[in-house]
Design a protein around this ligand. Structure first.
Ligand code: G6Q
Length: 548
């Protein structure tokens, strides 16, 4: 038995779960008219309503005891102090330094990282301003009209998500594109409409060894040189973001055009660094800095707020409550904002890559669930698709709903309808529909007798489905920064409770390693026999199809 599951607070939570798991939230709301005030938190305009959860004040007390017993405050301090908390890679975890707007010194092995961070922000500003105001010219002295970010995973998903989220703030004269897949369709589709004279490529790879990214970058370079065969012109059309200066230089990147990353920034936590160059190109450096400000607001809140008023801590603990006590294996992210459509994909990586671990910090297998399966989509689309399972299916799927009170470009009654759906869905998840209510509804429709009784069971909704609602004024750069940092810290809190390292990713490394072995075997027509019969069969069938 692990230290976690034998801890006093865990045991107490188990007992408490037995007492309250059958309690319906309808009852909890009926018993406590102050439940909304009791179970909601605010950071400026950002409201977190977590009252529609299967908790009582006792649940929260016990979860907070668990957080204390797992030393959450000490771990927060350790992260902000630059301690080597990513122990399997011997690294500090300092995405918070990238948005440390207070400029408080942060030491990594005795050295303050802030001068380097600030210098890099200055370099990003200089570069993006030149590109945006047309002073950065391509080889034929034309201004840049298109920027292509080439990267994958953490070097892609954050920039894709944030660029889309901040679309109303983006320049109309500069189009930002993303290529991540090594499937040639991706880069072909993007390059199809571009002109090499006015295109700038940003190659983003922390390691500069990722095969997919390097292959796409080489293809982009070939495409460029095919139309302008002068390697000297590459400097004006290719820049890179990497921790591997040597490999980027070997690729042909001018050292002046290399934006450095640091090993203390994990890929999935890196949009705040030069990895966000494409975001800054799209929305400008002032807006990019607002994004950093927003994240810093949340960092300060996380670092200083008592646990019971700490949004990331509360969200993290609620996740633990459902994963470990209700055995919920999934969790849904449901933004009611078209511009947040890539947030679920982004959080899927952030959460599943960070907490998809089954060995604890002492190297022992865990005996409890860790990270859940994260999925989601824009809420309205979800309602017309997979919410059915959330309302009436067998699994329990806790969900977060996110919405902005005001749209930047309001149109007729669109936003009111959207908001009505947000509130109605959260209420329906909580209340469900009792047999009595369903019966009354069917009777009102004129049904009686067998017709009514036969239909009745299908019209009942159990409800008692937990949701959190995050409501904010508008989706602007600062709000986005707060939201993303909120989730980053929530994931960290859960990692601390589960006693796992949220900052390594050996499963991702495995993928990189495996494909390289097979790639060699795909050369030539010789039959392959070094694997299991399925893998051999598939490779050999592929070779046959390829030949045909
Ligand atoms: C993120 C992961 C992973 C990584 C990509 C790209 O935390 O480690 O998604 O970002 O594999 O790696 P490179 O940036 O090194 O190309």
């Amino acid at each position: 038995m692990s230290k976690l599951t034998t801890s006093a607070s865990w045991q107490a939570l188990q007992e408490h779960f037995k007492q309250i798991h059958g309690t319906h939230m309808r009852q909890l709301f009926a018993e406590d008219p102050k439940r909304f005030a009791r179970f909601s938190l605010q950071l400026d305009d950002l409201l977190l309503d977590y009252s529609k959860n299967r908790i009582t004040p006792t649940t929260l007390d016990l979860l907070l005891q668990l957080a204390h017993e797992c030393d959450v405050p000490k771990w927060i301090e350790r992260m902000f102090n630059g301690d080597i908390i990513n122990h399997t890679e011997h690294r500090a975890v300092l995405h918070i330094a990238l948005r440390n707007r207070a400029n408080r010194p942060i030491q990594v092995q005795g050295q303050d990282v802030m001068p380097d961070v600030n210098a890099m922000l200055g370099k990003i500003r200089g570069f993006t301003e030149q590109v945006r105001n047309g002073h950065w010219l391509g080889y034929s002295q034309q201004r840049i009209t298109d920027v292509v970010n080439i990267g994958v995973g953490g070097s892609d998903l954050g920039p894709v998500m944030a660029t889309e989220a901040l679309r109303p703030y983006a320049s109309r004269d500069l189009h930002v594109h993303f290529v991540s897949n090594v499937d040639e369709n991706h880069i072909t589709d993007v390059l199809e409409s571009l002109d090499p004279q006015t295109t700038l490529f940003i190659i983003v790879s922390k390691t500069f060894t990722t095969q997919e990214t390097l292959t796409n970058a080489e293809t982009a370079r070939e495409w460029f040189l095919a139309q302008h065969p002068d390697t000297a012109a590459i400097a004006k059309h290719f820049v890179a973001v990497s921790d591997n200066v040597k490999a980027a230089s070997e690729f042909g990147i001018d050292p002046d055009n290399l934006f450095k990353m640091w090993d203390w920034v994990g890929g999935r936590y890196s949009l705040w660094s030069a990895v966000g160059l494409s975001i800054a190109c799209a929305v400008g450096m002032d807006n990019f800095e607002q994004l950093l400000e927003g994240a810093h607001d949340m960092d300060e809140h996380f670092r200083t707020a008592p646990l019971e008023q700490n949004m990331p801590v509360i969200l993290g603990l609620l996740g633990v409550w459902y994963s470990n006590f209700f055995n919920a294996q999934t969790y849904a992210v449901l933004p009611y904002d078209q511009h947040l459509r890539f947030l679920p994909d982004y959080l899927r990586q952030a959460d599943m890559e960070s907490n998809g671990k089954s060995v604890d910090r002492e190297g022992k297998p865990v005996d409890y669930s860790t990270g859940p399966i994260v999925f989601g989509s824009v809420g309205i689309s979800g309602q017309h698709a997979f919410y059915q399972l959330m309302h009436q299916g067998t699994p329990l799927i806790p969900a977060d709903l996110l919405a902005a009170a005001v749209n930047l470009k309001p149109l007729r009654k669109h936003h009111e309808i959207l908001m009505a759906n947000v509130f109605a869905q959260a209420e329906a998840f909580m209340r469900g529909k009792t047999e009595k209510e369903a019966r009354a509804e069917l009777q009102a429709q004129g049904l009686t007798g067998d017709a009514l009784e036969n239909l009745l069971p299908y019209k009942v909704f159990a409800g008692n489905k937990p949701t959190n609602l995050l409501l904010f004024h508008t989706l602007n750069p600062r709000t986005l920064g707060r939201l993303v940092a909120l989730y980053e810290h929530k994931i960290f809190v859960q990692g601390v409770i589960w006693n796992i390292n949220s900052f390594d990713q050996w499963g991702v490394e495995l993928g990189k390693q495996l494909a390289k072995t097979v790639l060699g075997e795909l050369q030539g027509d010789a039959s392959v026999s070094s694997h299991d019969c399925s893998t051999n069969g598939l490779i050999n069938y592929y070779k046959k199809l390829r030949k045909d």
